[in-house]
Write a protein that binds this ligand. Structure first.
Ligand SMILES: Nc1nc2c(ncn2[C@@H]2O[C@H](COP(=O)(O)OP(=O)(O)O)[C@@H](O)[C@H]2O)c(=O)[nH]1
Ligand SMILES: [Mg+2]
Length: 243
């Protein structure tokens, strides 16, 4: 039987997390939710603890310090694999990802192994970003697309659904990216393993509450990871491991 887990990483998301969980629960009534919180000083963890007391579909995975988005997802996925879930969704806590898109994202993994909510395919869009932020996102995606040969136009998107077998195959404990480069690394690994990846259009809306955790350090980590991996690939001619 299908068991879907929505993993939501949080750091200081107390303002919007209630609303996100409410809307997402309505959109996917049979799904379970795992919030992975890095001991947010604003009390996000305490809010989740209270929600979890009355809703057995919501769980909190509390980590002792802020270790980055990638580390939070790896911890959440490992927990979900252990609990026997068969589909895993990545979703931000700030309502940038529309909960109404959840059923479409899950449905896309009926045929594909990974479904990515994409801002850069036909029908996809971003609303509320500055020109600079938009340019940063598009350049990062174009750079990853060209250097890594992944065939995915929005490999930095954090709204996606994986089938269980993908996470089982990707050797999560050896993921090197701590921050947002994690998203690109997951796509790169899934492609290398020969999994089918599809992109479905989404509209990403910039948060209206709280603050973005994007930083220069995160951008640098992403650029270095893509450059290093791309050069290694070009010099060694890495191909898919599976036929
Ligand atoms: N647990 C955890 N969550 C994080 C961390 N960094 C970002 N997040 C969460 O990841 C999601 C996306 O982050 P956000 O700052 O909105 O990035 P942006 O949309 O690219 O500006 C949000 O739910 C954040 O709370 C982190 O270090 N640890
Ligand atoms: Mg955001």
């Amino acid at each position: 039987m299908d068991k879907t887990l929505v993993v939501v990483p949080t750091y200081n998301e107390a303002d919007g997390i209630n609303e996100l969980l409410k809307l997402a629960r309505e959109a996917l009534p049979s799904a379970h939710f795992l919030v992975v919180d890095d001991s947010s000083p604003d009390g996000t963890g305490e809010i989740i603890t209270k929600i979890a007391e009355r809703d057995d579909r919501v769980q909190l995975l509390s980590r002792s310090s802020k270790e980055g988005l990638g580390r939070a997802y790896v911890a959440g996925f490992k927990e979900g694999l252990q609990q026997g879930f068969t589909r895993f969704i990545e979703m931000d806590a700030d309502l940038s990802h529309d909960p109404a898109d959840l059923p479409r994202l899950v449905a896309a993994t009926e045929t594909a192994d990974v479904a990515i909510g994409s801002r850069y395919v036909k029908g996809g869009a971003v609303s509320g970003w500055s020109r600079g932020r938009h340019l940063l996102s598009m350049s990062a995606n174009a750079y990853a697309f060209l250097l890594l040969g992944i065939g995915v136009v929005d490999s930095t998107s954090g709204f996606r659904c994986y089938r269980r077998k993908v996470l089982e195959a990707l050797e999560l404990e050896t993921i090197s990216s701590e921050g947002y480069a994690f998203q690109v690394e997951m796509v790169f690994r899934a492609r290398r393993e020969g999994f089918e990846i599809t992109e479905i259009p989404i509209v990403f809306r910039e948060r209206s509450q709280g603050k973005s955790k994007m930083s220069k350090q995160i951008v640098l980590e992403g650029m270095l990871w893509v450059t290093r991996t791309g050069l290694r690939r070009l010099t060694s001619g890495t191909t898919e491991r599976r036929p």
